[in-house]
Design a protein. Structure first.
Length: 147
């Protein structure tokens, strides 16, 4: 279990590195070829529940998807937004952009169903989701009465 905590902490820092590089316009600090850490385990430390409901996948799927997205994000930052990009020929830039776009599309298509909003899966079964909808709609109904 301690090893799993270390993995999750490492990848939390990894994701943070990519986000900070993107937001601040700085180079990434953690390079893929400079470390080897297994992805967090989908089994260790999970109850097998997602949002407290049985028959749903665990929330670690979200974290692993964010990690995989962050890997692509690192390639975008390093490949397209590096200082030496001025010297890249337009054909190579187009090829690089096309390759990164394919990686993003493959990432999206490989997302677990419960993380895909474009598939129209039903959140309506979730009691938490229903409660959040009610809480967000109620103030609008009250406001509409006063207009």
């Amino acid at each position: 279990m301690e090893q799993e905590t270390i993995r999750r902490t490492w990848y939390s820092l990894y994701v943070l590195d990519r986000l900070l590089a993107l937001q601040l316009g700085r180079p990434i600090a953690i390079h893929e070829d400079e470390y080897y850490v297994n992805l967090p385990s989908e089994l260790e430390g999970n109850s097998g529940l997602f949002n407290g409901e049985p028959n749903q996948l665990s929330s670690i799927d979200y974290f692993i998807s964010v990690i995989n997205f962050s890997k692509i994000l690192g390639q975008v930052i390093s490949g397209l937004y590096r200082p030496s990009q001025v010297a890249i020929e337009p054909e190579k830039m187009l090829l690089s952009t096309t390759t990164l776009d394919e990686k993003l599309m493959n990432w999206k298509l490989s997302l677990p169903r419960h993380l895909r909003f474009d598939l129209g899966h039903t959140f309506e079964k979730s009691t938490i989701f229903k409660r959040q909808v009610r809480l967000s709609v109620q103030p609008l109904k009250i406001l509409a009465k006063h207009i």
